[in-house]
Design a protein around this ligand. Sequence first.
Ligand SMILES: Nc1ncnc2c1ncn2[C@@H]1O[C@H](COP(=O)(O)OP(=O)(O)OP(=O)(O)O)[C@@H](O)[C@H]1O
Length: 252
Amino acid sequence: MDKEIQNNVIEVSTISKAFGGLRALENCSLNIQAGSITGLIGPNGSGKTTLFNAITGYERIDSGDIRFQGKSIAQSKPEQIFKLGIGRTFQLTRIFPKLTVLENMHVAVQRQGKGNMFSSWSAAHERRKALELLDFVGITKHKDLLAGNLSYGQRKLLEFAFILIADPKIILLDEPAGGVNPTMILYLADRIRELHQQGLTFLIVEHNMEFVMNLCQQVAVMHQGNIIAQGTGAEVRSNPAVLDAYLGGGLE
Ligand SMILES: Nc1ncnc2c1ncn2[C@@H]1O[C@H](COP(=O)(O)OP(=O)(O)OP(=O)(O)O)[C@@H](O)[C@H]1O
């Protein structure tokens, strides 16, 4: 295996996905370097969420291949992919609103295949880890609150903690800053930086350009189901194809 392949934690190779006659992904390729924070941007409907769904097993691709650490995951199911170490959040969070914050974390442990659904939360260290993660994302004081009563931003933080319990190697965040207040956005960016320093890789879909440009070393731009540019924020900002894709509006 050459060095470049070893350094790519995820390799998306010429994948296509159509919904009826609509080609959401068309020969789309993207490599994600281990230890990077990559932003994935593009106009509405350009295929970002479909690409996320393909990588995480929520959408079966029509052709092409997706490899994680060199092994194909194109036929794997979401739970298998999650257990391999690919965590993701959703545009609209998928936490359990009628469970408390801590109970949600308990579900995250079960999802990992640890513990027993019907046992009390006997593994003390799992509980400790859950509390540590709630502390890390700054919502410990809400641990006994029903998750449905959290603010939108706090739900996103809970979902973040939820996936961290699985010790993922790469985290895919779908619009983490969308609908979140500016203070919480800065807080979230700091948490991402901290995890990045610990070795985690991030792929982040986000419309908030300031967030992307401040946080991401690499930015990939999607347009009509394909990656049309990849580079540093400054590079993609001045790329004519990117400016065209945003219809001259620029990336503000
Ligand atoms: N399940 C589906 N069935 C039919 N069409 C779909 C489905 N999912 C996505 N599409 C279509 O595929 C295209 C790509 O959508 P996708 O949600 O991946 O774009 P996006 O870049 O994430 O957009 P946004 O920034 O608005 O979230 C769009 O035209 C969308 O309408």
